[in-house]
Design a binder for this molecule. Sequence first.
Ligand code: AMP
Length: 297
Amino acid sequence: MSEPTAGSGLPPDLTLEVIAEPAAMQERSAELRRSGRRIAFVPTMGALHEGHLSLLKKAREHGDFVVLSVFVNPLQFGKNEDLGRYPRTLIADLRGAQRAGCELAFVPTSDAIYPPGFSTKVEVSGVSEGLCGARRPGHFVGVATVVLKLLNLVAPHAILLGEKDYQQLQVIRRMCRDLNVATTVVGCPLIRDSDGIALSSRNAYLSAAERAQALVLSRALFAARDAHAQGLRSAGPLVEIASRILAAEPALRLDYLELRDADTLAEVTGELDAAAVLLVAGYIGSTRLLDNVILPA
Ligand code: AMP
């Protein structure tokens, strides 16, 4: 599918600013900063749903000018992953963003972000290892590289990221700390559908039957969360509760189910003595899904 081009031919009801050129974005944000505006930024790959919109609404609490980016970043997709079929719904995205109070959408092309000769990559060690980092080699290098570029272009006071992609959030937190990026990283709660499934652009790939099968992820995590709420603090048994439920769904091809420290993502064994996060990833059919629950201290 060809890439969306912004700025021309947009329906007249779309009044938010749309910028495609990186240099124009950088100039606009400098101008906004000079005039005293506080920029809150929500990076996305588009196909917006209520999870994304919750970030845009929350952004208003962290700035008075809300910027969305829509960019399906080729650098974070592996060779056999879903880059080619990733859902692209730009006009609907812009409408949703506008309704959520977003002032500006930055919609660059791949060629503009990665022009010929591009040769720099950002690698965050530690938190990017294991979990999705182990399953998707190069993924977090792609994420960190594009997010740092976007941060340099949008120059926001705050960047809002969802806890849906929990490891990604910790990777970006670490990167911003390590590289002295003058942006506050704000983590936002994972938004679910009423049946419990974590909202994701990739849910669009699921057939009705697969969507029903996908509910096993949240069901398993909720069972562990409930046991934790009732006082169970032993890592092994907590993981086991979720693991048994996952094992009962033959349609699930499990990537991982792991209990990690909520801040450092270090593995948790034995008794929990701090906030933890139980993370799961797996395939239903050809669709890879993620979910997690936080087990508070
Ligand atoms: P994506 O478009 O999937 O790259 O996601 C863009 C941002 O939206 C990331 O910070 C995600 O963590 C966040 N996000 C995606 N799904 C959800 C959700 N269900 N709840 C909260 N945030 C989400």
